[in-house]
Write a protein that binds this ligand. Structure first.
Ligand code: HEM
Length: 425
């Protein structure tokens, strides 16, 4: 092992010699992610696969191109198990991205293990359950907008709508009481932050386990018709270990909250900054198959995917994609935001937000292959209801230009804004 020098104030990572062979041209990703799309433009100069450095100068490969990403997501020698990573032994417990990497649930499993861990989540998110949630989502949206409209002056729609809606829906799905939800929310936000200090990382990790243990104990005492009760039953039947039960609960909360919040924020922001597209959406006929709000949601997912760089996968042999060979044991990140604007697939208008676009390929923003997002229908449903209700109730809504401009959340994984100040009337 040789230690790669870390910039001052960074986490010291023990790296094996193979890491020092990472190309010297690797681009250091800015963990504060102030300009996700600008950084992607620079990365693209390397082609569809770019060598990058994560916080602590941890080397990885970012897969940016649509075709390249589809290949990686289904490649038999690209796996999710972090134990296949050649750097795993040297990654400290307080590395800011550890919460995205060292988890034991479906998202870090492969093959039959993955199928076993994914099964209960798929059942919980089946189409019948999601359809049954429609009325509840409408009621929640109306209630949140009622409250927002009573605020004096401008309103932050992230804080008043885009964040509380998915959290409340997840609470319903998981059977989590409101008081618990409020305690989990900052923990999810912290896990997505790529700039967290080492002591914050450690505190968050402990707090997550503590909260989820408490939740399992609550549901054990009072079982209900919810995912937590289902997962406890799987554990009691011997199909989930205790660690996997906690890990699966965490995966559902973490995967379902910041992503859906990001989708709603990005979609509202896109419409408020593209008047022509807003007019198209609000004046189009609303009949079944050609729902304009569904088109807004799909185009937002392509144009400004709320999942930036998804961490991580690892090669189990040398894997060649185009002109690039990723050595065995290296880390690979799936750059969904980049793939959505791949000019080779979406042409020279790839950077344009256009809800009439009919992409030639299927959307990648929810993943592809065995780990395809099981929560996609739920996320789409929430975003559609939110947008339709918001623009119907407040047809004169505008961005609040007197407030400080919203900033991107400091995250390599989440690609969205930390606030969305608007004037509703
Ligand atoms: C706009 C919202 C969402 C986006 C953009 C999104 C995106 C994604 C992506 C890209 C993946 C695959 C990651 C990979 O392995 O490369 C994924 C996986 C996953 N998502 Fe979502 N997601 C969203 C909402 C949700 C919701 C609402 C839930 C559940 C309530 C959910 C649950 C999951 C789970 C459990 C996985 C892991 C699946 C597996 O590894 O087999 N997601 N999501």
């Amino acid at each position: 092992m040789s230690a790669r020098p870390s910039p001052p104030g960074r986490h010291a990572i023990d790296t094996p010699d193979t890491a020092t062979t990472h190309p010297a041209t690797a681009i250091r990703l800015d963990p504060a992610a102030p300009d996700h799309h600008g950084e992607i433009h620079r990365l693209r100069t390397h082609g569809p696969v770019a060598p990058v450095l994560l916080p602590g100068d941890v080397p990885a490969w970012a897969v940016l191109g649509d075709h390249a990403l589809r290949r990686v997501l289904t490649h038999p020698h690209v796996v999710k198990d972090y134990r296949a990573w050649n750097l795993w032994g040297g990654i400290p417990a307080d590395w800011p991205l550890i919460g995205m990497v060292k988890v034991d649930n479906a998202v870090t499993a492969d093959g039959p293990e993955h199928a076993r861990l994914r099964a209960p989540l798929r059942t919980a998110l089946n189409p019948r359950r999601i359809t049954a949630l429609q009325a509840h989502i409408r009621t929640l949206t109306d209630h949140l907008l009622d409250r927002a409209s009573h605020q004096p002056g401008p309103v932050d729609l992230r804080a008043h709508l885009a964040a509380p809606l998915p959290i409340a829906v997840l609470g319903h799905l998981l059977g989590i009481p409101d008081t618990e939800l409020q305690q989990l929310r900052p923990l999810v936000e912290s896990i997505f932050t790529s700039t967290a200090a080492p002591d914050e990382v450690t505190t968050t990790q402990h707090a997550i386990t503590e909260r989820l243990e408490h939740l399992v104990a609550l549901r054990r005492d009072r079982p209900g018709d919810d995912l937590t009760t289902d997962l406890i039953a799987h554990h009691d039947q011997g199909t989930l270990t205790h660690g996997e039960l906690i890990g699966s609960l965490w995966l559902t909360v973490a995967a379902g909250y910041e992503t859906t919040t990001g989708l709603i924020v990005n979609a509202i922001h896109a419409l408020l900054t593209h008047t022509d597209q807003r007019t198209l959406a609000t004046t189009a006929p609303r009949d079944g198959d050609s729902d304009p709000w569904a088109a807004v949601v799909t185009e937002t997912l392509r144009w400004n995917s709320p999942v930036g760089h998804f961490l991580m996968r690892y090669t189990t042999s040398d894997v060649t994609i185009g002109d690039t060979t990723i050595p065995t044991g290296d880390a690979v990140i799936a750059s969904y935001t980049a793939a959505g604007r791949d000019p080779l697939v979406h042409g020279d208008t790839a950077d344009r937000f256009d809800i009439t676009r009919r992409p030639a390929t299927t959307l990648l923003a929810f993943g592809h292959g065995p780990h395809l997002c099981p929560g996609a229908p739920l996320a789409r449903l929430q975003a559609r209801i939110c947008l339709r209700t918001l623009f119907a109730r407040f047809p004169h809504i505008t961005l609040d230009t007197t407030a400080p401009p919203p900033r991107p959340v400091p995250s390599l994984v989440a690609n969205t804004l930390d606030s969305l100040p608007v004037r509703l009337q």
